[in-house]
Design a protein around this ligand. Structure first.
Ligand code: AHR
Length: 499
């Protein structure tokens, strides 16, 4: 048997609920037909938003929602999305050339904030710094946050049905400015950042700004940005990082080596975020640049989702994707002293989605269940956990044919309101694990609640025809002997009272 030590005195930090955030972009079927069906739709809706999605999303405590992109943000003019819906313009958007969809602007700022209120999440707006001027962003902040009756934009908001300010706190200063967001160098963006940030924070000093950071392992971006930023007034709260783990094999028919390859790529986020953090700390900028990993997840070849490729980037999500989510969230929990915000990409009908929807149909993916099982970590105090002998699994990399390795177990623990939440993912495709829990400095009650996500087939996923093929089971278990068994390719979340 393998010991899993829970070192309660060794606190890592508080797990910001915002680590469990989401992202919705005007791309493919995310907004239209995903979240939004329109007020006149036969699909049950709340002022146009798909009611079942609202209800199920709310149930997992979504803390923050990033919008409107992504790359879409960089050619979006917020003024197109306000006022009477039938008068709003139809535009080309960033993604029109990848799917021939036009932007009807039915969902704009007022609708987005309304959706956030429905699900109980903080709105996070990614502002366009590529094709809009700082003055335009000032006006957007004015529209959102100025007190009732004070400015022309506050009055316009009232005219549009929202007298009270939205109080949008989180504002991104661009998106992927190294790519779709202006194709800038780190130095050019850092100077642009300083310009926009000054205007934005002056408009509303209470807002929190998020700098557009690196693509995955591009550490040079962080270094070069920080070189310029660190000599400025340092108006920033978070610095973003995007990390996708690229698909290995067919999204629903991968082999065992591809299973492990995908998980190795997902696990690589830990080294990635730590190295960026080292650069940030190297410039003494940790106070201004907590990490905001506002796009993460598995990115498979297209076409495996229900729309069969009609919705850009839509993909199916199997137990493998759930495993990617479980190990990524464990890494965020274990690095909550560095990571303050994160958003899985994207909410519905897209990359690593929690939902797939079309017309009257809506299903949750296995990844949804991971977020549900892990929600007890939100706001908890992360404590150090160690497994005595975390087996090294050897496999053959489908990328280069070489021998590769990954640890069998991924785990994290936190304490909140007198309860311990422990989440463990067993990455082995065929071997279960028996753990002996060894709590240090705390004593656990003999009965615990457990959520388990497992399936006999690691390709398992949900479809409109079989919506509950994969779902978490919840039950009480006896842990008086401290023994916990985790089947192969499964994820558990255990909650126990501390006595
Ligand atoms: O999530 C899809 C796209 O991936 C986003 O628009 C962009 O920011 C990233 O490259």
């Amino acid at each position: 048997m393998n010991n899993l030590y829970i070192f309660s005195p060794e606190k890592i930090g508080t797990i910001s609920p915002n680590i469990y955030g989401h992202f919705a972009e005007h791309l493919g079927g995310v907004i239209y037909d995903g979240m939004w069906v329109g007020e006149s739709s036969n699909v049950p809706n709340i002022k146009g938003f798909r009611a079942e999605l609202v209800e199920k999303l709310k149930a997992i405590n979504p803390p923050i929602l990033r919008w409107p992109g992504g790359c879409f943000a960089e050619t979006y003019d917020w003024r197109d999305g306000i006022g009477p819906r039938d008068k709003r313009p139809v535009r080309l958007n960033w993604w029109t050339t990848h799917g021939d969809r036009r932007e009807p602007n039915e969902v704009g700022t007022d609708e987005f904030v309304y959706f956030c209120r429905l699900i109980g999440a903080e709105p996070y707006i990614a502002a366009n710094v590529t094709t809009l001027k700082p003055l335009d962003i000032r006006d957007w902040i004015d529209y959102c946050n100025s007190p009732r009756g004070t400015t022309t934009y506050a009055k316009l908001r009232e005219q549009n049905g929202n007298p009270e300010p939205f109080g949008v706190k989180y504002w991104g200063v661009g998106n992927e400015t190294w790519g779709g967001g202006g194709n800038m160098t780190a130095e050019v963006y850092a100077h642009e950042y300083r310009r926009y940030a000054m205007i934005m924070s002056n408009t509303d000093p209470s807002i929190k700004l998020i700098g557009s950071g690196a693509n995955a392992n591009d550490f040079s971006w962080t270094k070069r940005f920080m070189e310029v930023f660190s000599t400025s007034d340092k108006i920033m709260s978070y610095f973003s990082l995007h990390y996708y783990c690229w698909g290995s094999g067919n999204p629903v028919a991968f082999n065992t080596n591809e299973w492990y390859q995908q998980l190795v790529q997902a696990a690589g986020i830990e080294n990635c975020l730590r190295r960026h953090w080292n650069y940030i700390c190297g410039f003494g900028m940790e106070k201004y640049a907590k990490l905001c990993i506002d796009e993460w997840g598995a990115w498979h070849p297209e076409g495996s989702g229900p729309s069969k490729g009609y919705n850009l980037f839509e993909q199916q999500s199997t137990m493998r994707d759930a495993m990617v989510a479980a190990l990524t969230l464990n890494i965020f929990n274990n690095n909550c002293d560095k990571v303050a915000i994160a958003a899985v990409a994207q909410l519905v009908n897209c990359l690593h989605s929690l939902f797939l929807a079309s017309g009257p149909n809506l299903i949750t993916t296995p990844t949804y269940h991971v977020f549900d099982m892990y929600k007890g970590h939100q706001g908890g105090e992360a404590v150090k956990t160690v497994v005595d002998n975390n087996e090294d699994i050897t496999f053959t990399s489908p990328v280069n044919g070489r021998e590769s390795h990954i640890n069998k177990l991924s785990y994290s623990a936190s304490i909140k309101d007198g309860k311990l939440t422990l989440t463990v993912a067993n990455l082995s495709h065929d071997t279960s694990e028996v753990l002996q829990l060894v709590p240090i400095g705390i004593k656990l009650a003999g009965t615990a609640q457990i959520g388990i996500l497992t399936h006999s087939d690691y390709h398992a996923h949900n479809t409109f025809e079989d919506p509950e093929n994969v779902k978490a089971e919840y039950k009480s278990i006896d842990i008086s002997d401290g023994v916990l068994t985790i089947p192969a390719a499964s994820i558990i979340a255990l909650t126990a009272d501390i006595i």
